[in-house]
Design a binder for this molecule. Structure first.
Ligand SMILES: Cc1cc2nc3c(=O)[nH]c(=O)nc-3n(C[C@H](O)[C@H](O)[C@H](O)COP(=O)(O)OP(=O)(O)OC[C@H]3O[C@@H](n4cnc5c(N)ncnc54)[C@H](O)[C@@H]3O)c2cc1C
Length: 218
């Protein structure tokens, strides 16, 4: 049986059913930037809920940051509140890592929605000398980390909005089309993809000549 081993220390609503959570673990889980972790908590009168979440904070940060959207659940309703306990696994999972990229090539990170989380962990822990990050969302208000990302040296941050015009420096439309419009070459860049499975399938078909690394969220 799972026993609570972490406490919710931060619970900030940043959009419609979209939250940044800070968890304080009893013991630091072992993970590499880019990995996800199993999280579980009790729901009143029901079985524990078990889910996977990418870790947005860098390894060794005292608090574990998650970027959570509910899918079909209301996060504010379902998740433990500030000061309440939950369980997190002791080790991260998954192979998404910037170290998998050929060091001669430009890492190009492509995310939708909460799929930006593993790239935040990578950029916050060991920022590469140069990288591109596309973040695809519907509305500008969902570009939660834009201030932090716009100032990272070496990073070309491209916000992409599909339901309203993009902010300055961004691209309006879908992230797949935005990526294709950059004119990247498979000889000099590699793609890291995270989030919506349809985005990942589209890119795998349209840019089949590129080396791809990815995590699907559902
Ligand atoms: C490897 C991995 C890492 C993940 N990391 C995160 C993360 O960092 N943050 C996060 O919020 N979720 C993440 N997820 C998704 C999360 O684990 C759950 O899938 C989600 O909370 C909904 O779960 P569900 O069982 O209700 O239904 P699911 O069957 O998982 O999803 C039901 C529907 O909800 C929608 N949906 C699910 N997840 C999301 C999402 N994140 N954003 C928008 N729509 C969604 C989709 O339309 C999907 O068809 C991750 C999943 C995997 C497999």
């Amino acid at each position: 049986m799972k026993m609570a081993n972490a406490v919710v220390r931060g619970f900030t609503r940043v959009g419609n059913n979209l939250f940044v959570l800070q968890l304080e673990p009893q013991a630091q889980p072992r993970f590499r930037a880019g990995q996800y972790i199993e999280v579980a908590f009790p729901r009143p009168g029901e079985n524990w809920l078990n889910r996977h979440y990418s870790i947005a904070s860098p390894p060794n940060a005292p608090l574990l940051q998650l970027y959570v959207s509910g899918g079909d659940d209301d996060v504010a309703e379902v998740w433990p509140k500030l000061g309440e306990p939950l369980w997190i696994a002791g080790e991260g999972l998954g192979l998404l890592s910037i170290d998998a990229i050929n060091p001669e090539r430009l890492p190009v990170m492509v995310s939708t929605g909460t799929g930006i989380a593993p790239f935040l962990s990578m950029l916050r822990s060991k920022p590469p000398a140069r990288a591109v990050l596309l973040h695809g969302v519907r509305h500008r208000a969902d570009l939660t980390f834009s201030e932090e990302l716009s100032t990272l040296p070496g990073l070309r941050y491209i916000p992409v909005t599909s339901r309203e015009p993009a902010p300055d420096g961004g691209i309006s439309g879908h992230v797949q089309d935005a990526l294709a419009s950059l004119g990247l070459s498979p000889e000099s860049s590699e793609l890291l993809l995270c989030g919506n499975p349809q985005m990942i399938r589209d890119i795998a078909v349209r840019l089949a000549q590129f080396t791809l690394h990815y995590d699907r969220y559902w």
